[in-house]
Design a protein around this ligand. Sequence first.
Ligand SMILES: Nc1nc2c(ncn2[C@@H]2O[C@H](COP(=O)(O)OP(=O)(O)OP(=O)(O)O)[C@@H](O)[C@H]2O)c(=O)[nH]1
Length: 206
Amino acid sequence: MAGIDGYEATLKILLIGNSNVGKSSLLLRFTEDTFLPQDEVAATIGVDFKVQDMMFEGKKYKLTIWDTAGQERFRTLTSSYYRGAQGVILVYDVSNRETFDQLDNWFNELSTYCTNKDVVKMIVGNKVDKEEQRVISRKEAEAYARKSHTLFLECSAKTRYGVKDAFEELVRKILETPSLWQKKPSPSNNVNVTQTESKQDDGCNC
Ligand SMILES: Nc1nc2c(ncn2[C@@H]2O[C@H](COP(=O)(O)OP(=O)(O)OP(=O)(O)O)[C@@H](O)[C@H]2O)c(=O)[nH]1
């Protein structure tokens, strides 16, 4: 049952990955269906977040999507980004091997700060429009994702290929994992699916 604000639940999703892989561009494509040319994109400092409604199987969800800085010097308060996150998207650039090789480090950070074992993880290979410069094949990334028990998708923030699918698949998986988003019933309140951003933190171990 939806809450008085009309939302079934509020979900927190985090974007992490090396600088320049396109995290901010994926967020902009998903929320505003826009892509900024290279000279108009600024590096994220600290964290940025956008709120986006999503209809899923006839129900309305509120997504708060947090875009973190890839550059180490801009990463402050890292642990607080992870707090209450139900889904994490680990982004690499298919035309840059280093960004793929460093996924291990991002997984380490994730497991350090996000103690919720059910958090849904997804690896996203961005910039597939740069097919000529591709250095990470879909096959290699799929094998890595399988080994890491993680969802995997390729996309392009530039052409919009796969972007909506990535967020929808992540949300679907979160919704299939009730421990991540259902508020435990309390004696005084049997409505157990509505959350606000502040209430969310109560139910999650992140
Ligand atoms: N060709 C291509 N370029 C992209 C794509 N997505 C992002 N870019 C470009 O890659 C550069 C970095 O994009 P950002 O979105 O700022 O990357 P970021 O991961 O948010 O970087 P930080 O904020 O430093 O962590 C920009 O010049 C974008 O225009 C894509 O799908 N294809």
